[in-house]
Design a protein around this ligand. Structure first.
Ligand SMILES: [Zn+2]
Length: 102
């Protein structure tokens, strides 16, 4: 079985992808995005998810935990550790990503 993922994503992210849905109970908004085996997702996805959950500049609503606590790795964001475990994600710390050399 092949995964229909965009070519450029294939280059940067591993094939196994896990959907994560986050909700902002203040705005009653919801966003679903995909992370790889290491719990990584791109900064572009991070921005898009943030915008979808709350597009109000200076808003004091609380971003969902998965987004508010996502680790900043430059070109990528990583889900909080406990969340990665909850999703059954395995960490592969030695994987190199394109942005590692940026
Ligand atoms: Zn807001």
């Amino acid at each position: 079985m092949t995964n229909a993922v965009p070519q450029d994503n294939n280059k940067r992210m591993r094939a196994t992808r896990t959907p994560v849905t986050v909700q902002n109970s203040f705005h009653l908004t919801e966003a679903t995005f995909y992370v790889d085996e290491a719990g990584l997702f791109s900064k572009d996805v991070y921005r898009r998810v943030r915008r979808k959950l709350c597009g109000v500049p200076g808003c004091e609503c609380q971003m969902p935990y998965a987004i508010a606590q996502a680790e900043d790795l430059g070109g990528f964001r990583r889900l909080p550790e406990d969340m990665r475990q909850k999703l059954g994600l395995i960490r592969f710390p030695n994987i190199k990503y394109a942005e590692d050399n940026a």
